[in-house]
Design a protein around this ligand. Sequence first.
Ligand code: SME
Length: 159
Amino acid sequence: MYDFKIDADDTAIMYRDLASALEGLVAGEPDAIANMANASGLIFETLPDVNWVGFYRNISGELVLGPFQGRPACIRMTFDQGVCGAAAKTRQVQRVEDVHAFPGHIACDSASNSEIVVPLIRDGELIGVLDIDSPKRARFTDEDEAGVVKLGEILSRIL
Ligand code: SME
């Protein structure tokens, strides 16, 4: 059993502990599905105020749903669709304070109001994206972005 019990009171310490827990969880495991599944569980259980955490994988230039925690979600997106598509196309983190104001946002869970999507890139190749949704507007701060980007770096190395 894994019981990480990461304290979320201090955001910087939470992301530090989350990164080290993630490193430990994926260490020595080559299976990408297993690692994405555990990563989504760990992040979902640790971050306050999130309702969806998961992966979209780049399969032949299309984003295909991967392991996640939350409600069942849209299965496929092109790089021209949604916040995830924008992250994949631009290869830039997308931090959206109000998803309802984002042109082309795909609503998988009507409870979602803000979102952060981090592209996962290794050796110049886009592996996929890590998508985190929140029911709170403007949930994700600069500090969250820095922390989630770190998680993305760990994941990019092993997926
Ligand atoms: N909101 C996303 C779609 C995926 S769900 O949030 C899980 C988007 O527009 O990219």
